[in-house]
Design a protein around this ligand. Structure first.
Ligand code: AMP
Length: 293
């Protein structure tokens, strides 16, 4: 049965019991307003662990002053219903004053990773993400933590933080779940009007264009970006924040695409900022590998 835990002492106590019984713990950190993307992580966690803990916490530290912290959708009761159906053991729903009591001043800075891509227009965002996930890891002590490829920069930062700080948590990254037209599921899609939602498909279309160009031998970032821009600028409500192709570990922009580099973008659709990305795979490389497997 699903247990809802809000206090830090209660979650520590429950985890102590799990550990005493030597059961493995899968952990899915979320901000709630759950959709099939989140549930794909939960389902994977269920298959690979004895117990599954999901956190729901809209983390104030990762929102900028003019961002959507207060409007962010909060659907706790229906989230719990979904998680109960999935057989989750614990929903951890801490309160901000207990997570960040007066005097809290610790920050987790990942130099050279946090200021790239989304970090440019969301300064401090990834410090907020890193600090909350580190706290959650310390409280929950999971064997495996699950993240979505949808938040690509976040996954790179998580892997780096775990390696740098010897946290001993296995990070698993699962594919982006999309609507039929290709729009990546996101809690923020709830902000989109009907026409905006149709326009939002331009993110995915532009990423597919990038992969198609790579398939036909184009490696130059400038050429690929120009085509991606055309697709996005065709949508009235769309305004590009960034389009980049980066190395999947360093997040350094690449002028020429290599196999496994990631095309990532952020686009405002009306007032809603959406992100998406695709891992660029060289078609030839796949053919070559599969013919020898
Ligand atoms: P959030 O609640 O937005 O902080 O997301 C919690 C986790 O769910 C993060 O690891 C996200 O990357 C992941 N996630 C969000 N949207 C999707 C999606 N469309 N497909 C797969 N994972 C997702």
């Amino acid at each position: 049965m699903l247990r809802v835990i809000t206090s830090l002492s209660d979650i520590k106590q429950s985890i102590k019991i799990f550990k005493g019984n030597q059961v493995s713990i899968g952990f899915v950190p979320t901000m709630g307003a759950l959709h099939e993307g989140h549930l794909s992580l939960v389902r994977q966690a269920k298959t690979e662990n004895d117990r599954v803990v999901v956190s729901i916490f809209v983390n104030p530290l990762q929102f900028g002053k003019n961002e959507d912290f207060t409007q962010y959708p909060r659907t706790f009761d229906s989230d719990c219903e979904l998680l109960s159906k999935e057989g989750v053991d614990i929903v951890f729903n801490p309160k901000a004053p207990e997570m960040y009591p007066d005097g809290f001043c610790t920050s987790v800075l990942l130099e050279r990773l946090e200021d790239k891509l989304c970090g440019k227009s969301r300064p401090g965002h990834f410090r907020g993400v890193a600090v909350v996930v580190l706290k959650l890891f310390n409280l929950i002590n999971p064997d495996i933590a699950y993240f979505g490829q949808k938040d690509f920069q976040q996954t790179v930062i998580m892997r780096r933080m775990v390696a740098d700080l010897n946290l001993g948590v296995n990070i698993k990254v699962l594919p982006t779940i999309r609507e039929i037209g290709g729009l990546a599921l996101s809690s923020r899609n709830a902000y989109l009007g009907e026409t905006e939602k149709k326009d939002a498909i331009c993110l995915y279309k532009s990423l597919i264009k990038a992969q198609t160009m790579v398939n036909s031998g184009t490696k130059n970032f400038g050429e690929i970006k120009a085509e991606m821009e055309k697709i996005i600028n065709n949508c009235k409500s769309a305004k590009i924040d960034y389009i980049s192709i980066v190395n999947p570990e360093t997040l350094e922009a690449v002028p020429e695409v290599h196999n496994g580099d990631v095309a990532a973008l952020a686009v405002r659709i009306g007032k809603t900022r959406l992100i998406d990305n695709i891992i660029l795979i060289f078609f030839i490389a796949i053919m070559f590998l599969s013919s020898y497997s």
